[in-house]
Design a protein around this ligand. Sequence first.
Ligand SMILES: *Cc1c(COP(=O)(O)O)cnc(C)c1O
Ligand SMILES: [Zn+2]
Length: 413
Amino acid sequence: MIIKNYTCAVCGKEYPPEQTLYTCPDDGGNLSVILDYAALSKKVSPKDISESRETSIWRYQALLPVTDPGMQFTPLHKVGYTPIYQSARLSSALGLKQLWFKDESGNPSASFKDRASAVALARAKEIGAEVIVAASTGNAGAATACLAAAMNMPAIILAPHNAPPAKIAQLLIFGARVILVDGSYDDAFDLSIAATQAFGWYNRNTGYNPFTTEGKKTAAFEIWEQLILKQLPENAPLNLFIPVGDGNIISGIYKGFYDLYQLGWIKKMPRLFGVQSQGSAAIANAFAAGTETISAVKATTLADSISVNYPRDGLRALRAVRESGGAYITVPDEAILQAIPKLGKAGIFAEPAAAAAYAGLESALTQQLINPADPILVVITGSGLKDVNACMRSIPQAPIIEPTLQALEKVIF
Ligand SMILES: *Cc1c(COP(=O)(O)O)cnc(C)c1O
Ligand SMILES: [Zn+2]
């Protein structure tokens, strides 16, 4: 067992690893899964990992608190190990030396959330859970439904009724029991927890189940292997741009680098920049105010995946940014929409929440928060095919012409 304990982010209390716990029973704080680094560093080395032939998150099995459920030829072994891209066009547009993108759209359900769902489902299998439930704005549910289908585990997804149609379609096609809640994501979240307590289901909710961060941290391991070890000079000051809603992706990425740091495999933590929509900026507000008290907002952004009234992993997300020497940045929906066709010029199709990270990078450059000579990586968390309606608002419509050369000439030249 490589898990030492669960530790509460609020009171610091430690709980034994065998227990099925969600948040701290005393104060509701998020629990971090703490690994036994001394035991780990005797068992595994960077070389073991770099020699692995596995091309999914299970490449990092040795650093994960769950066992690989196997199922080689299923979507479970297509989660993670997503590519990193460069774009000469966008680097020069922004005046940057080294701009990288990590494109998560190639995951089985087309978003970053597959990483968390894979690990939560592996845990569900280990503890003999029979049903998994998740509240979701769409992507976490789609990821859970997809991978639960591959594992033949019943999934129940509670989503707000106004989730984008493509995400609801995914939930239904993957065969989950889909319940649309006449309310916000926050309402669906609270309902799913009440149902977990009443019916004994296993709950995968973001910022509630401690294993989601353990799945999300695999992105940090990939950035380490793909970029830090192979592409950057030693100790290069890497800056990461990450869109933030509940704050669980940024906490997870921080946890991955923290694991590597504790193992002595990196000497320096990257700087993390969290990007929120101005219309859903609870964590950024606390960062700006210099406090650890996070107050709920009334979320209004069109970027549904980061539309959150009360972030469920806010405290750790706040600390991740502060401790790494980064910052929170807020961007208006207008800038988020404009970022979508800009990313298109790098061959990347991002949903609005994912494009927000790029808008955040533009803002950080304007505010001179980063040195344009330093390496930068933007995490593209989800595919634009997830929300075509919103993406189409960012571009002019295509002309419709008669099928003649004359008409074509007229619109082309
Ligand atoms: C969930 C999600 C986010 C935000 O992640 P949090 O853990 O809620 O901060 C960003 N982008 C996409 C595409 C997502 O699905
Ligand atoms: Zn506590």
